[in-house]
Design a protein around this ligand. Structure first.
Ligand code: NAD
Ligand code: LMR
Ligand code: MG
Length: 468
């Protein structure tokens, strides 16, 4: 699918060698439509202009190479709407009240603030009522598994973490801060997060590669009294289960009787397998680069050893080809392009394919569509977007509101059922198994389900007034 984009191209035109008319006609021939021109500098010999050009996605590079090859033209900078949206970052901190005079100053700052500090020193639980703690989540990454881009480092991870913070705020009114750490040592990450935890009501771990992420989350959950939730593990698993519950209804199959292949047994894959088992799945085949996890192999990753026992009832060995034969369901959280049409042809009738790798799925949706009954990806430009954004805002809203100590299995299962239930049975079909992230019911329904499950399992420390 090609998407129209707008590019802003800053050009120097050497008047003796080229005219603006030359530029416009070459751009038009390459598929670019100039919609605005701004003169930045109008010299005698050289002019500098910003051209705003509408272009089909695929033609971006062609447009630039056409310009670069023109005599008398120098391309200074190329930007597009996506880059412009990131200029200076995407979030900021805003005071809740203005400080207009000395009286305001002495209320919010010294001396007034000192009394509030003393009150919290005497009773630290007052941090929940007198500071931003109760509504604030740290989005913590070390930049080692950013989307499907891999280990791109903490600076490069910032745009994703800022994006998560925007979603937390817009969807659940939670204030979230990106904390991108310049260490990959699990013990250091654990100690840093513990040290900053007093200012936060919850910790969202993000894009930390496996298997390090399992130990980091396990230790932090055990050692902190606020919820610690690795989004790529559990957010993904919850949303995948939600989509699957509805997809199974559409194709009239059950989770117990379905043969399910999960590929990419990293952060997301391990949690998906665990949650599907908890939801009743009996025939899961977990596939990573080493092939199908099975019981004749000793794995150094304890999660893999556990899964080798809990999945693969026939103790199959082999790779993706073997796993896919006769499969009802494929769930990919691995990397781009690993699934081929040949694999789809060997699946059982009425197959379900969730190709969830971001930003490039395991198979191009256009290629897969003719061979599968229900298709979903992690992307927003195709139907059925299975993305953890459907989960983490509501999970944290619920956990913060009931001051849950942790996010347990019951809360995750309840969240998955709540997301699935937003799609009414009458509306459910192949193209609509999962609600849109803009469906306002999602966060509220997930919140309520999570709070009720937290209360039922005894980990809520507060019952919100609207929950009976
Ligand atoms: N749609 C969503 O909501 C969502 C959520 C989380 C992750 N993801 C995507 O899932 C992917 C994995 O994320 P993660 O956080 O679990 O990363 P991760 O690094 O923890 O795990 C990735 C796993 O995939 C395996 N893998 C990679 N290429 C493979 C191949 N060719 N065959 C078999 N296994 C392969 C790796 O060995 C690794 O175990 C990424 O593309 C990410 O963007 C999507
Ligand atoms: O960030 C996303 O869009 C989903 C997920 O967290 C991912 O890492 O791909
Ligand atoms: Mg992620």
């Amino acid at each position: 699918m090609s998407i129209a984009t707008t590019m802003i191209i800053r050009l120097e035109i050497r008047k003796a060698e080229a005219t603006f008319g030359d530029v416009a006609s070459r751009l038009a021939a390459a598929g670019g439509d100039i919609v605005a021109i701004d003169v930045i500098r109008g010299g005698k010999d050289v002019t500098t202009r910003d051209l705003t050009v509408n272009v089909q996605d695929a033609a971006n590079e062609e447009i630039i190479s056409v310009l670069k090859n023109m005599a008398g033209i120098k391309v200074i900078n190329v930007s597009d709407r996506t880059f412009l949206a990131h200029l200076g970052g995407k979030i900021e901190v805003t005071p809740k009240m203005p400080i207009k005079n000395r009286e305001d100053l002495s209320l919010v700052y010294t001396p007034g603030v000192a009394r509030v500090c003393t009150a919290i020193a005497e009773d630290p639980s007052k941090a929940y009522s007198l500071t931003m703690k109760r509504n604030t989540v740290a989005v913590v990454t070390d930049g080692t598994a950013v989307l499907g881009l891999g280990d791109i480092g903490p600076e490069a991870a910032m745009p994703v973490m800022e994006g998560k913070a925007m979603l937390f705020k817009q969807l659940a009114d939670i204030d979230a801060f990106p904390l991108c750490l310049d260490t990959k040592v699990p013990e250091e990450i654990i100690q840093i997060v513990k040290a900053v935890a007093p200012g936060f009501g919850g910790i969202n771990l993000e894009d930390i590669s496996s298997p390090r992420c399992f130990e980091i989350e396990r230790r932090l959950s055990a050692e902190l009294d606020i919820p610690v939730f690795h989004d790529d593990q559990h957010g993904t698993a919850v949303v995948a289960l939600a989509g699957l519950l509805n997809a199974l209804q559409v194709v009239d199959k059950t989770i117990e009787d379905s043969r399910i292949v999960v590929v990419g047994i990293g952060a997301a894959g391990v949690s998906i397998c665990r949650l599907l088992l908890a939801a009743g799945a009996k025939q899961i085949y977990a596939v990573d680069r080493a092939g199908i996890l099975h019981r004749n192999e000793a794995y150094s990753n304890p999660e893999w050893s556990w899964l080798a026992e809990a999945t693969n009832p026939e103790n199959l060995s082999g790779g993706l080809d073997e796993a896919m034969r006769g499969a009802d369901i494929f769930i990919g959280v691995s990397g781009p392009g690993i699934l081929k049409v040949e694999h789809l042809k060997t699946m059982a009738p009425d197959s379900i394919v969730f190709a969830m790798a971001n930003p490039t799925p395991e198979i191009e949706p256009d290629l897969a569509e003719p061979y599968v009954r229900v298709l979903a990806t992690g992307r927003s430009d195709y139907p059925n977007q299975i993305n953890n954004v459907l989960c983490f805002p509501g999970i944290f809203r619920g956990a913060l509101d009931c001051r849950a100590k942790t996010v347990n299995l019951e809360m995750k299962l309840a969240a998955a059922q709540a997301i699935a239930a937003v799609v009414h049975p009458d509306e459910r079909n192949e193209q609509y198994i999962i609600p849109s992230i803009f469906n306002e019911k999602v966060v509220e329904q997930v919140r309520l389900a999570v709070i009720r499950a937290a209360i039922a399992t005894g980990i809520a420390r507060r019952i919100p007034p609207d929950v009976s």
